[in-house]
Write a protein that binds this ligand. Structure first.
Ligand code: 6PG
Length: 482
């Protein structure tokens, strides 16, 4: 009997996905560039299963049922291209290559188009959930050649996480790089969620002077509210984790955040598309700032250490902080969905936002109860332009407003940096202001560069230039927006 699917790349994600597929009754052919890895896997975790090994790409191809489905679980970038180049001559028309790595979506656009010319189908799929997700049910976000989906769907939906109603956290996202795009936004939101949690932690630790056990209890309580999520849950575990000397391990970890680039891509894409994705972008910059450790240490000496004590009723502050975190989280998701909407329109992807929320409901790093509400919001209005306008989310934003402002103002007053929570509030204030000061900005542009402006008392699209100084002349520059 031939194999149902081949997987190339036996690092932890690849191995766990294979084992997951095997658990669901699929025969998997496993290949790795180094033969020892194949042997180690077959004699180790894959022992006693139906998994078979392949020591060359030819052997892998020969052992697969047609149309062949070959999933790459290798490092994103050149390695993917190099495997594609080696595989293509061995494949038949109609065969399917799947890239399950964290690939930047323009690369997937390019690969789908290039392989189409050769009659090979290509799927670029986000896979989220880390090692455990891969083993027992990840969130899977596939996009690319739609013709390939019916062949891959049964396997992917079988191995994916399921919601509480047993719906698979995997569905077709859209053409080209849509799957990898949605995974990129997932990761951007992951950056935002993580940053917001760390800001709450710093407010509790430095502002309210709370112990780690106290903070752990708060996160445990928060996890029983609308904030219920995987990231809040692991945060409570982390805060309670003691090092061998009985002290909280988290305080021994160097405060410089790493990043592999997906959050940065999200921010760059938002800039390219002109979407104010402020919270995620602040979260990326917060990681960048954290990595300037030596400079920060010097600057603290230079400026003096801040005493960031927050006075007042501790319980009231904790509740205010919870509301600020929840409201900020709504803004982060609202911005993320705005970005997806713009990309969908621009690329003709026809993204289904309710389905995206469903795919993120389980298995992935940002999984949370909250995503069910997002799904409901898009079920009610599939074209919702701002998540915060949905009645459920609007209610939370309005109810949290005063607590959110208190926390943001206090953080500024005592000097606790909360870039994501405060920028979220600033965004909402801007978004809900019918008239912003951009009129003055337009005047400045016209003053120094004759860039022209539109008038409130004239139809849109009519441009005016004023000779502000009497010396600049009346010739305007061309009007275009990037
Ligand atoms: C996931 C994660 C994963 C990501 C890591 C590390 O969905 O399982 O998003 O894909 O690579 O979380 O990301 P950073 O190193 O950029 O923090």
């Amino acid at each position: 009997m031939k194999g149902d699917i081949g997987v190339i790349g036996l690092a932890v994600m690849g191995q766990n996905l294979i084992l997951n597929m095997n658990d669901h009754g699929y025969k998997v052919v496993a290949h790795n560039r180094t033969a020892e890895k194949v042997d180690e896997f077959l004699q180790g975790p894959a022992k006693g299963t139906n998994i078979v090994g392949a020591y060359s790409l030819q052997e892998l191809v020969d052992k697969l049922e047609s149309p062949r489905k070959i999933m790459l679980m290798v490092r994103a970038g050149d390695v993917v291209d190099s495997f594609i180049d080696k595989l293509v001559p061995l494949l038949d028309k109609g065969d399917i290559i799947i890239d399950g790595g964290n690939t930047n979506f323009p690369d997937t656009n390019r690969r789908v188009a290039a392989l189409k010319e050769k009659g090979i189908h290509f799927i670029g799929s986000g896979v989220s959930g880390g090692e455990e997700g891969a083993r027992f049910g990840p969130s899977i976000m596939p996009g690319g050649s739609p013709e390939a989906w019916p062949f891959v769907k049964p396997i992917f939906q079988a191995i994916s996480a399921k919601t509480e109603n047993n719906e698979p956290c995997c569905d077709w996202v859209g053409n080209d790089g849509a799957g990898h795009f949605v995974k990129m936004v997932h990761n951007g939101i992951e950056y935002g969620d993580m940053q917001l949690i760390t800001e709450a932690y710093q407010f509790m630790k430095d502002g309210l002077g709370m112990t780690h056990d106290e903070m752990q209890s708060v996160f445990i309580e928060w996890n029983k509210t609308e904030l219920n999520s995987y990231l809040v849950e692991i945060t409570s575990d982390i805060l309670g984790y003691k090092d061998t000397d009985g002290e909280p391990l988290v305080e021994k970890i160097l405060d410089t955040a790493g990043q592999k680039g997906t959050g940065k891509w999200t921010g760059i894409n938002a800039l390219d598309m002109g979407i104010p994705l402020t919270l995620i972008t602040e979260s990326v910059f917060a990681r960048c700032l954290s990595s300037l450790k030596d400079q920060r240490v010097e600057a603290e000496e230079l400026f003096g250490k801040k005493e960031s004590i927050v006075e007042g009723d501790k319980q009231a502050w904790i509740e205010a902080l919870r509301q600020a975190l929840l409201a900020s989280k709504i803004i982060s998701y609202a911005q993320g969905f705005m970005l997806m909407r713009e990309a969908s329109n621009e690329n003709g992807w026809d993204l289904n936002y309710g389905n995206v929320a469903l795919m993120w409901r389980g298995g992935c790093i940002i999984r949370s109860a909250f995503l069910s509400n997002i799904r409901d919001a898009y079920d009610i209005d599939p074209e919702l332009s701002f998540l915060g306008s949905d009645s459920y989310f609007k209610g939370i934003l309005e109810n949290s407003m005063s607590a959110w402002r208190k926390v943001a103002a206090k953080s500024m007053e005592v000097g606790i940096p909360m870039p994501s929570m405060t920028s979220a509030l600033t965004f909402l204030d801007g978004y809900t202001t019918a008239r912003l000061p951009a009129n003055l900005l337009q005047a400045q542009r016209d003053y120094f560069g004759a860039h022209t402006y539109e008038r409130v008392d004239k139809p849109k699209g009519e441009f005016f230039h004023t000779n502000w100084t009497g010396k600049g002349g009346d010739v305007s520059s061309t009007t275009y927006n990037s």
